[in-house]
Design a binder for this molecule. Structure first.
Ligand code: GTP
Ligand code: MG
Length: 280
């Protein structure tokens, strides 16, 4: 995997200790909150983007909507990846908080609507839905959510999985049996007893604002654990949580895929369950 960052503000970019940084625009002074300036400057960086993504099977674009640079560039970036036929184009966006201005939010939602068709899967972090009392708490929580989702989704593809689960499973999760491109995600970790109790009420974790358990078309369950975990415990986990727990709760039309991933940094006998869903 490779992480690249694009921006128009030289000072902000200098603060990032990352190897692959691309400055958009000649002066490095930012967009001046001007989306159309960013849009035209963005055209000049597209050859660099093409070089980065051209041999990749998946491209994930992360953008905070609400300002000039991100909003001005995201359409051009996605269009380029459509043009060069990237197999999976994932889009992660944050939506500005109402307190930043209702007009800003409206503009961001409108843009999201317009670029939806260019992506294969979309994960949204809506700042209005985060229970935080200060802006810096909000940004930290949003950062955590973005990193959690992206880390978990990409790991599913790049890490060796113990069950026959591969890139095409992810692709079919994104493409089929669903009318929407929007992905929901939640994660839980703990020992068997904790997970057993929590998962008895799956509904509690699914954002009911968007859907209920009945209209879920598609579900991926990624289980992370340390393979040093006692075999009996793994067996008990699979019987109780996977066979009886999660699987039994799906409706008959739900497509479910699951995978198990070894994580040497995890404590023994602890499991982490990441659940990705899409709805009808
Ligand atoms: N998670 C997170 N979100 C941020 C942070 N800073 C800003 N945001 C959000 O990102 C949105 C866009 O940031 P801006 O700086 O306005 O936009 P930009 O894309 O950098 O473009 P410019 O207008 O050129 O600065 C804001 O409206 C905030 O909602 C941060 O540090 N963390
Ligand atoms: Mg900015």
């Amino acid at each position: 995997t490779e992480l690249s960052v694009f921006g128009m503000n030289r000072k902000e970019m200098e603060e990032l200790s990352l190897p692959h940084k691309y400055l958009i625009g000649a002066d490095g002074l930012g967009s001046g909150k001007n989306r159309s300036l960013a849009e035209s400057e963005c055209q000049k960086i597209l050859p660099s983007l093409e070089k980065i993504i051209t041999d990749k099977i998946l491209s994930c674009f992360i953008v905070c909507l609400g300002g000039g640079t991100g909003e001005g560039c995201i359409r051009g970036f996605l269009q380029k990846s459509v043009d060069i036929q990237i197999k999976v184009k994932l889009l992660v966006v944050t939506l500005p908080h109402s307190s930043e201005g209702l007009e800003k939010r409206e503009k961001a939602l409108l843009l999201l609507d317009e670029i939806e068709k260019l992506a294969d899967g979309i994960f949204v972090v809506d700042y209005d839905g985060l229970p935080c009392s200060t802006i810096s708490d909000l940004y930290n929580e949003a950062d955590r959510k973005v990193m959690g989702f992206v880390g978990s989704f990409i790991n599913m593809i790049v890490k060796h999985s113990l069950i026959c689960f591969d890139f095409n499973d992810v692709r079919s999760f994104l493409r089929y049996y669903s009318d929407t491109k929007f992905i929901d995600y939640f994660t839980l970790s703990g020992n068997i007893n904790y997970l057993d109790a929590e998962l008895s009420d799956l509904q509690k974790y699914l954002p009911t604002k968007y859907h209920t358990l009945d209209d879920i078309s598609n579900l991926i369950v990624a289980i992370h654990y340390n393979r040093e975990t006692n075999d009996d415990i793994v067996r008990k986990f699979l019987d109780r949580i996977v066979s009886d727990g999660i699987m039994k709760k799906q409706t008959k039309d739900t497509q479910i895929k699951w995978t198990m991933i070894h994580d040497p940094d995890m404590e023994k006998n602890i499991f982490r369950i990441d659940i990705f869903t899409k709805c009808n």
